[in-house]
Design a protein around this ligand. Sequence first.
Ligand code: OAD
Length: 260
Amino acid sequence: MTARVTGDALQEAREILLLAPRVLVLTGAGISAESGVPTFRGPGGLWKEHRPEAVATPEAFRRDPRLVWEWYAWRREIILRCSPNAGHRVLAQWLLEREGTACLATQNVDGLHARAANGTGSPILELHGSLFRVRCTECRREAPHSDPVDTRTRESLPRCPACGGLLRPAVVWFGEPLPTDALDPAYRWAATADVTLVVGTSALVHPAAALPLVTRQRGGTILEVNPERSSLTSYARISLRGPAGEVLPALLGMREHRGV
Ligand code: OAD
């Protein structure tokens, strides 16, 4: 396993990607760090300041939906001030160039991959849902939602236009299953990919973290981009140790892509 961004490691990783008929890309909070979106576990990470049991479980929402909405409304506000970075952009362009031979699955709920793709890219499998969608706690209808949320009282929280039920963020909370319309295709890609490229995740949360291991068990290769070690580093053929906003343009960018 190589763990540096030397020219050789980068060149080898580019060649592996270029020769791979099918590639799955799995991203985590690290790809959005350079956009200003806080990660979960690093220095200044969200889970250092907030307890997941208080803001990211179905029990927390039943107990105090106002508090939970306040936390998600705050995260929405941060993200709405952020823009996709070079990593998101080059990945969106590369997915277009791969014309259906690569797929992106993300654990992120920030919508920055979709904003970078600007409606032109291949589908993005949002394994943990989206901060900008809501689901009715009564009729379970889902819809896009980015309006400001009035979190002053329980009564002011958003309601379902169809049945009047309380709306919740359409994100995956601890103890909840992942949406099958994202997890099933992600699993199929992991099982058939020649390479899974893992970007900016500590790979501690399952089942998302297990997807690259599925690829490896089927004889495929894991490539990683992360400034730090992750729990997948020892399984990666090459771990490019650097920020996604710098490494991904070098790894996937047009000039480099053609130059291999
Ligand atoms: P983490 O906060 O656990 O990990 C972020 C990873 O990004 C770390 O490995 C960092 O080293 C890396 N990183 C930091 N800056 C980076 C940069 N500029 N470029 C590339 N990598 C960088 O976030 P996730 O692994 O995404 O789930 O967390 C997984 C899940 O845990 C989240 O989706 C969330 C959380 O609990 C739910 O809320 C269900």
